[in-house]
Write a protein that binds this ligand. Structure first.
Ligand code: NAD
Length: 357
């Protein structure tokens, strides 16, 4: 299979594609043209979950890099509005479809981001969450296999559960409650990872897994209960800031622009087949500190209210990104203050729209 694929693929060497210093791109059927003396490679890329928060930023990035992007989404937690600015672009298509159902596509790379991601989303849609990470992953891996396309599974730091090891490296197997309320997400992702690895082992699919740690940015859904959008929306609307527990639990927040660069690097850096890579920002802060930073940046003077910690809520979360740094040459560069500044500006605009008649 490997030899067969090598035979039909044309290996291209191109500098500065996807922000990678020198990327060796394995391309099948993509268009390669000369433009003002420069080699232009157009990859055909599928983004499952492309109308979601991260998916929409990934679509922006891939289109801006000159690729042809098909975003597929059933809008269970995403919004077509997230990619409305790309509508009508000649290299962008949005298709409404549930990826647990087979569909036709041929191309060069499949990013699988389709899954409810916030506790609010997966607790409301537990079966859909299990199913999209099981059947949906199978459908998308099959498409990649048929197309000889690259594949990336967007997994999560939640596969580490309530970790007993800090910070978490990819070698840590996790501490997950398999029958708890969060299992639909945690175990769904763990199944998706296992399935991805079987497609690598049994069919030599050029697939990799990334474990995303908490990510934030513009287009975060203000109603989905995640820490950053929650705090910002509360601060901007003058409501009390809700902290679960005493606020000593930690999180590490990665700005979405940094994350999508890392995703593209994970997909297109040579030698990443079958690899598992943590992507996140190791800048670990307590939830209490984080609330204080948002209050400072928004100028809010809202009181803080404490609520009980949800079940199986991890106490500490910080990625070890040594592997991504070494293998991909990637690390986050946007500071928390800069990322929050852009996110707060977006929320001000969005919340402003909601109060208009
Ligand atoms: N945001 C984070 O901090 C974070 C952290 C870890 C992992 N992830 C992973 O990254 C991916 C994207 O997360 P996000 O924050 O953008 O969430 P999101 O909910 O905004 O995006 C997910 C998208 O997938 C779509 N989707 C779900 N089921 C589908 C189906 N059956 N068919 C087609 N589309 C479907 C949703 O409608 C949504 O647009 C998810 O797989 C998530 O598990 C995100």
């Amino acid at each position: 299979m490997g030899a067969h694929r090598a035979g039909i693929r044309q290996k291209l060497r191109q500098g500065a594609v996807f922000g990678i210093a020198v990327a060796h791109l394995a391309v099948i059927g993509s268009s390669v043209t000369l433009h003002h003396g420069e080699l232009v490679v157009t990859l055909r890329v599928l983004v499952a979950g492309g109308a979601g928060f991260i998916g929409s930023h990934l679509c922006d990035y891939l289109v801006a890099e000159g690729n042809e992007v098909v975003a597929v989404d059933n809008y269970i937690t995403g919004r077509a509005q997230n990619v409305a600015h790309l509508a009508g672009h000649e290299r962008f298509t949005l298709r409404e479809h549930d990826v647990t159902q087979p569909f036709a596509w041929r191309g060069d790379a499949v990013f699988h981001l389709a899954s409810p991601a916030s506790p609010e989303g997966y607790l409301r849609h537990p079966f859909e969450t299990l199913w999209v990470n099981a059947a949906g992953t199978d459908v998308l891996l099959d498409l990649a296999r048929e197309s000889n396309a690259k594949f990336l599974f967007a997994s999560t730091s939640e596969v580490y559960g309530d970790p007993l090891v800090h910070p978490q490296t990819e070698a840590y197997w996790g501490n997950v409650n398999p029958v708890g309320v969060r299992a639909c997400y945690d175990e769904g992702k763990r199944f998706g990872e296992a399935l991805t690895m079987e497609y690598v082992r049994q069919y030599d699919v050029d697939a990799r897994i990334i474990r995303i740690f908490n990510t934030y940015g513009p287009r975060n859904d203000p109603g989905d209960g995640r820490v950053v959008p929650n705090f910002i929306a509360q601060a901007l609307s003058g409501q009390p800031i809700t902290i679960y527990g005493d606020g000593s639990q930690t999180r590490s927040f990665c700005y979405v622009r940094d994350l999508v660069r890392g995703m593209a690097a994970a997909m297109f850096t040579p030698g990443t087949q079958g690899e598992v890579l943590n992507l996140g920002n190791p800048d670990e802060r307590s939830i209490r500190d984080f609330a204080a930073t948002i209050m400072r940046l928004t100028g809010a003077e809202a009181p803080i209210v404490h609520r009980p910690l949800p079940a199986d809520d991890p106490k500490r979360r910080r990625p070890d990104i040594t592997k991504a740094q070494e293998r991909l040459g990637w690390r986050p560069t946007v500071s928390l203050e800069e990322g929050l500044g852009e996110t707060i500006a977006y929320f001000r605009q969005e919340l402003g729209k909601q109060t208009l008649p």
